[in-house]
Design a protein around this ligand. Sequence first.
Ligand code: BES
Ligand code: MN
Ligand code: ZN
Length: 484
Amino acid sequence: MIKIAISTDEAKIWKGDALLFLLTEETCKDYNDSRIKTLVERGDFKGKAGSVTRVPLFDSPAKNLYLAGLGKNEKQNVNLPGVLTSALRKIGKERNQSVFIILNNDGFSKEESVILGEAAGLCGYSFDKYKKKEDGDGDGDDAFALKEIFVRSFDADVAQKGAAFASGQCIARDLANEPGNVINPPILAEIAEGFARERNITCEVWDEKRLAEEKMGALLAVGQGSETPPRLIHLTYKPKGAPRKKVVFVGKGLTFDSGGLDLKSGEFMKTMKGDKSGACNVLGILDGASALGLGLEIHGILAAAENMPSGHALRPDDIIRARNGKTIEIDNTDAEGRLVLADALCLASELKPDAIIDTATLTGACAVALGSWTAGLFASDDKLAESLLSSSRKRGERLWRLPMDDEKIGESLKSKFADLINSGSRYGGATFAAMFLAEFVEKGIPWAHLDIAGVDFMKDDSGVWARGASAFGVRLCLDYLTDL
Ligand code: BES
Ligand code: MN
Ligand code: ZN
């Protein structure tokens, strides 16, 4: 945990490792500091969004001066989460143990303090437990060193809120980054049980026998080809007093998605250990909610299975029955996420909550539509959609709403031999999947679906994101809950 504290020192005399000035393209121009003036005059720093410049210092107690650009004035709030996190990441990697941050010649406002807490919690994240410890030879691969952040002023309470958002996201990343040989559905269930025991959360796990008794035919079908059977994991967080509202989070938990008999090609199978990200996110959200002691009843339903080809595997043409009695013809065994979510959404609806939010690495089509930095939002309720979009903007996790009312796609959900078919045309694939899910949500319950297929796995560190699993959506969902 990085500490955040206040320093009233002048930057020039502050005794620590690094000074970090966050400046916009406008504010850097007439900044009241001779060193910064010179750098700007020479054109070495222009305040461009995301640029970070280091100047080693020899004439002051601090060792390094960093300048980070926030872009144009009017964009500075949008850019702050990413710029601050990547500047702190760089500072920590360059062996600075302490930093004094000056934001436009000032301290941090209330909303900026949430971001400060988040950035402090996210900047040191890396998934390196399987790597040999770094040797400290200064080749740029050294262990992250940052331990203390100083600012002129900030709101400690809301910074703590931001830190809880970040910590939930890091927990989700740690799980999602584990490979399929380490986490399978029964192991995920054990992890969830341990997770609940450490918090004021209850956890119920349904094994394959119970799943059959509970008519979870779709989840069972997806898991039947694997050596490790599926699990339904139901966690419940209840506040001390009477809850203001009840919200259910549902997560797709494919501990590995090979595609099944409709086997993926190698190129697309790689990173499919991350197909459990939605479920891991739900654990991260519950972690944050319980750490903050939110006055809400929050359920987490994780649908865990491994999608494998074998003599037991689900076949194309098979017809299966979901928990609500609807039959589904299998067109493609690789469209398995919507199947495990179907049963989980039925269960979520039975809890009669005020809202259901599912998060799932559901469709390549969503990734093609929106790219690697924006997740798809589908919602049955405009108010819920607006709240999530507003949280998304505040937290720097980009969401874009996609349609769920396409009548032609709706018609194409119908099978000739069953109530529904699990896949259709390649066109509109993300909408097809969302409209399929809607068949399992009770009408009248506000429901939102986050398709995080494009954003769940990052090639490199960038802004608030670290290489590997992103746990995209954890902070925005927690932000939504705290405002509820
Ligand atoms: N897990 C995949 C979706 C995915 C793709 C996640 C890329 C992350 C990155 C999902 O189960 C899947 O395979 N979807 C298919 C559906 C198709 C067969 C209808 C897809 O999107 O190709
Ligand atoms: Mn698949
Ligand atoms: Zn999948």
